[in-house]
Design a protein around this ligand. Structure first.
Ligand code: TYD
Length: 208
């Protein structure tokens, strides 16, 4: 059985990842793939339970290191139980957020350092790095305004605008550090244009 493919979708809160994930799923199914969509933190019952703790808006006192470890724990379980077996059996996996969220939110915006967060996460994910990552680039103000319209904000979304600006800027820096893997897409463009760019990039990956 040949190895499947692993795609992650990243970007600030409210950047439109879910819409693009649904469209990418359609495309990959058309290409004959069995597609699995998952999200982080979450995607199985243990990681969903960890998610409840991380995003609970009452836990304002959570330390940045605890936060990093909890995200990494949720990720380790997702790899062990869901993503790893799916990729090993030839499926296409699309994850709504993955390791880059930790590198940016905990490593850069919280200030723990990208190296530290990367090392902790290597333990969690082993060899399962995404083949390609799409970063939906959006000004922080726009993303948070979209979220506010949709639902009650969670612990991360309630962070200051300054924090969310660091996230948006952090993603741009990270994309510059991993130009082969991370593809930046302007999330203010119309949905079908974004979808077209993502498809052509995935097609290039499949043709390789
Ligand atoms: P979620 O509601 O899934 O956000 P979104 O709909 O914007 O994807 O909440 C996940 C939150 O957790 C989001 O604010 C980003 C943050 N996060 C981290 O800080 N580190 C991580 O490693 C991950 C996966 C998410």
């Amino acid at each position: 059985m040949s190895r499947g493919i692993f795609i992650s979708m990243e970007g600030p809160d409210g950047s439109g990842k879910s819409t693009q994930i649904a469209l990418l799923k359609e495309y990959l199914e058309g290409e004959g793939y069995d597609v699995l969509i998952t999200r982080e933190p979450g995607g199985n019952r243990i990681s969903e339970a960890i998610r409840e703790i991380i995003l609970n808006k009452d836990y304002e006192e959570m330390s940045p290191v605890t936060e990093m470890m909890l995200y990494a724990s949720a990720r380790a379980q997702l790899i062990a139980q869901v993503v790893g077996p799916a990729i090993d059996s030839g499926k296409a996996v699309i994850s709504d957020r993955f390791i880059d969220s930790s590198l940016v939110y905990q490593g850069m915006a919280r200030g723990l350092g990208v190296e530290t967060v990367l090392n902790v996460n290597k333990v969690a994910i082993g060899d399962y790095m995404p083949d390609v990552t799409f970063m939906l680039d959006l000004p922080a103000e726009v993303g948070i305004a979209r979220k506010k319209d949709q639902k009650e904000l969670d612990r991360m979304e309630r962070e200051s605008l300054e924090f969310h600006k660091k996230v948006a800027e952090g993603y741009r820096t990270l994309a510059g550090s991993f130009p082969d893997r991370i593809k930046t897409v302007d999330a203010t463009l119309p949905i079908d244009e974004i979808c077209g760019m993502i498809r052509s990039s995935v097609k290039a990956l499949l043709d390789r």
